[in-house]
Write a protein that binds this ligand. Structure first.
Ligand SMILES: C[S@@+](CC[C@H](N)C(=O)[O-])C[C@H]1O[C@@H](n2cnc3c(N)ncnc32)[C@H](O)[C@@H]1O
Length: 248
């Protein structure tokens, strides 16, 4: 049985793509394929939303999970769901607020940064804060610039490239009153804030800078065996979203 079919409350506690095929496809890529790296670990879940990935990490054997999420109603939903599925309260905590304000001086083994890396312009700063937690394994699941628009990545040694620089970040603006978007921050004007969607090369570039190796999940192979998931995962299938595994 697919993971979230056993815990189907998660299909009702969020307005942010709570579709069964999508959540279960993401679970396979993000959690199931890394269960051995999550079991027994202290996990941080950035932008923990309704607790879907905090819960999945605990079910994969994480020793403890900390979720950071600014929207109180989503934390409330997560707590209700954890109680309903009888998760021991000593195994998790949810901190309410902006990750950039809260993620100082905390220690973790594994960091999940899922659905958030394109809701900020502070990509390098976030990776710096993540690396300072001591995390040896980081999963970033994010929208990225489409493959068709990517510049060719040249051999290493070109960190100050001017022309055809592949380490790009697309600027976007988004409403802060939408549950799935950025939380109101210092850049917010007239209900909107600025965010950036990185290229794949930019994610890898920053990961390498902070001492991590970087690889991506094999989504094309995944969809070859699970074509029924494609319709609710067009962003992954069309190559403008990807899942990165950073390791020390
Ligand atoms: C697209 S949802 C991702 C939810 C979930 N992590 C997932 O991948 O399915 C983005 C989440 O980021 C949260 N968020 C927005 N700004 C944030 C910030 N500054 N710090 C932490 N979380 C933030 C939102 O409240 C929302 O729950």
């Amino acid at each position: 049985m697919n993971f979230f079919d056993q815990y189907d409350r998660f299909y009702t506690t969020s307005q942010t793509s709570p579709f069964p095929h999508r959540l279960n496809g993401r679970h396979e890529a993000i959690i199931a394929s890394n269960a051995n790296l999550i079991a027994g670990k202290r996990v941080l879940d950035i932008a923990s939303h309704d607790g879907r990935w905090s819960f999945a990490a605990l079910q994969a054997g994480a020793a403890h999970v900390t979720g950071i999420e600014p929207r109180q109603e989503l934390i409330d939903n997560a707590c209700d769901t954890f109680a309903r599925y009888q998760v021991n309260a000593s195994r998790f905590d949810f901190q309410r607020g902006d990750v950039f304000n809260l993620l100082h001086g905390q220690v973790f083994d594994v960091v999940l940064c899922l659905g958030f890396y394109y809701h900020t312009t502070r990509h390098a700063e976030l990776l710096d804060l993540i690396e300072r937690t001591g995390a040896q394994f980081v999963i970033i699941d994010t929208e990225v610039t489409p493959r068709a628009e990517e510049a060719v990545v040249l051999p290493s040694g070109h960190s100050r490239l001017v022309f055809n620089n592949p380490y790009a970040i697309q600027m976007l603006s988004e409403p802060v009153d939408d549950q799935q978007m950025a939380w109101q921050d210092a850049l917010t004007r007239n209900g909107r804030t600025l965010v950036g969607r990185p290229s794949r090369a930019a994610v890898e570039f920053m990961a390498n800078h902070f001492g991590y190796t970087c690889r991506t999940y094999d989504w094309p192979n995944h969809f070859a065996t699970k074509p029924e998931q494609v319709s609710s995962m067009a962003d992954y299938d069309q190559g403008w979203r990807d899942t990165f595994f950073l390791e020390k």
